[in-house]
Design a protein around this ligand. Structure first.
Ligand code: NAD
Ligand code: UGA
Length: 479
């Protein structure tokens, strides 16, 4: 008695809600998909006729939106109406780290989730399937159920967990050809029917063997576990990079050598200035908090070390710049190539670039940033945010700078060559492909000498740059 779903809504039109629903709409023309958000500007941007103005930059996304928007894909601020009409409601709102009260700096802030649940409870007149798409602490479905059923109006809710595994920059590819979609549901007749209803949606383009079904708690916890494992790989290779720099070993050669072992695997072994992005740190801190809550201090400490190592890697990079520039960067022009937390995205949340900039600004460096996709407005917003939300072991005690001071020290450029002209050093913070093909001879001619390049992504050709005359520092490559 599985119901065929013809109307779904998604609360939250962000990095997950937007692309996920666009792909569902494109692949399921028979289903009406409405994506709603409180943020009017965001919805207006999703509805913009100019597809270059969509609020999120993802390769291939504009084409998907162009095909489905207005046909069976709609973006709206009328949350009540969308809830009322939908048979299945995805919750895809943000779940940031709490910045106040109990669990501050660690636990996931579930206030947006709770607000959604209260709104669904208030508006719903008929039975609905609720899908947790946001990343949530294990057992959140229990809290959702309590809120949803609190009105006592007889409406029945089935709660599924279907966390999202897409990575930014490859979101459309990941959604079109997922390694797996995961669905957690209750093992009751109605729970199994709800799982089947969602399986049927995914089956429109995903083979059955790539749709994994589990119990609710396993699904919720699988998401935190997946991100913890992925981040742990980056911290593990970054830990080895520090040892390489002391010993003359080469971290990329090591990654190649160990990655050939099929038990280890070749992916996600790229040493870097540190992982960023909205989720790795937040999700590990959330996992650590859960372990502490359930009185598992050894387990909590184990995972906490992944974040500590990442803080260390960002700090090590900044410190190396200061040390190499004769122990001070005060008044020195440092060019930043890249600000996004990885290539092919305009997302800057938790980007390593911000933390490196902050350490250099504490020493009064003049930072000149170029990023092909990130706006000047965003860069200043990030710097402003950090002044009041400093975390981590290295700059927590740093001086809080006024925006006037920051604006006097930071310049954002549209032309990379201008950003690097007359600079003492160029630091590569994001692995944008275009950085590889710059005219590095011209860059060298225009920089002050000695001209330093600190490659936080190991993307430029060290030999070629050294031959031009640069002093080149890589991650994890002993000199
Ligand atoms: P986001 O901040 O880009 O988007 C969330 C949106 O929800 C915002 O536009 C916000 O205005 C809206 N919102 C919040 N409360 C609302 C409410 N009550 N009613 C209507 N709209 C509301 O966040 P995101 O990056 O899309 O992440 C969403 C969730 O997905 C998080 O739990 C995150 O951990 C998880 N996730 C993110 C990624 C990623 O790559 N960004 C990948 C997998 C999972
Ligand atoms: C990550 C996961 O890969 C997704 O599966 C997950 O859905 C998502 O988090 C989430 O829950 O938000 P994302 O953060 O978008 O996706 O991007 P990643 O490709 O995982 O990169 C994260 C960070 O790690 C980036 O700063 C990247 O530069 C860094 N990284 C990644 C490395 O330094 N080395 C690597 O080998 C891989």
């Amino acid at each position: 008695n599985t119901k065929k779903i013809t109307n779904i809504c998604c609360i939250g039109a962000g990095y997950v809600g937007g692309p996920t629903m666009a792909v569902i709409a494109q692949k399921c023309p028979h289903i009406k998909v409405t994506v709603v958000d409180l943020n009017e500007q965001r919805i207006a941007d999703w509805n913009n006729a100019d597809l270059d103005k969509l609020p999120i930059y993802e390769p291939g996304l504009a084409d998907v939106v162009a095909e489905a928007r207005g046909r069976n894909l709609f973006f709206s601020t009328d949350v009540d109406k969308a809830i009322d009409e939908a048979e299945m409601i995805f919750i895809s709102v943000n779940t940031p780290t709490k910045t106040y009260g109990v669990g501050k700096g660690m636990a996931a802030d579930l206030k947006y989730i709770e607000l959604c649940a209260r709104q669904i409870a208030r508006v719903s007149k008929d039975d609905k399937i609720i899908v947790e798409k946001s990343t949530l602490p294990v057992r959140t479905a229990e809290a959702l159920r309590t809120i949803l059923t609190s009105t006592g109006n007889g409406v029945k809710f089935e709660i599924l967990s279907s966390p999202e595994f897409l990575a930014e920059g490859t979101a459309v590819q990941d959604l079109m050809n997922p390694d797996r979609f995961l669905i957690g549901g209750e093992q009751t007749e109605s729970g199994e029917a709800a799982v089947q209803a969602l399986v049927d949606i995914y089956l429109n383009w995903v083979p059955r063997e790539n749709i994994v079904t589990t119990r609710v708690w396993s699904s919720e916890l699988s998401k935190l576990t997946a991100n913890a494992f992925l981040a742990q790989r980056v911290s593990s290779i970054n830990a080895i990079s520090a040892l390489c720099e002391k010993t003359g070993a080469d971290v990329d050669e090591i990654a190649r050598a160990i990655g050939k072992d099929s038990r280890i695997g070749a992916k996600f072994l790229k040493s870097s200035v540190g992982f960023g992005g909205s989720c790795f740190q937040k999700d590990i801190l959330n996992l650590v908090y859960l372990c502490q809550h359930f009185n598992l201090p050894e387990v909590a400490d184990y995972w906490a070390q992944v974040v500590k190592m990442n803080d260390y890697q960002k700090h090590r990079f900044a410190k190396n710049i200061i040390d190499s520039l004769f122990n001070t960067v005060s008044g020195k022009k440092i060019a930043f190539l890249g600000w996004a937390f990885k290539k092919d995205t305009n997302d800057t949340r938790e980007t390593a670039a911000l933390y490196v900039a902050d350490e250099l600004l504490q020493d009064r460096a003049e930072i000149h940033v170029y990023d092909p996709k990130v706006t000047e407005e965003q860069i200043f917003a990030d710097l402003e945010y950090l002044q009041t939300h400093r975390v981590g072991q290295y700059v927590e005690q740093g001086e809080i700078m006024s925006m006037d001071e920051i604006r006097s020290l930071v310049t954002v450029h549209n032309d990379p060559y201008e950003a690097m002209a007359s600079a003492h050093a160029t630091a590569i913070l994001t692995e944008w492909d275009e950085f590889k093909s710059y005219d590095w001879q011209k860059v060298y001619n225009d920089m002050l000498k000695p001209a330093f390049v600190f490659d936080g992504r190991n993307i430029v050709d060290k030999k070629q740059l050294s031959e031009i005359g640069f002093e080149v520092y890589n991650i994890g490559k002993g000199n």
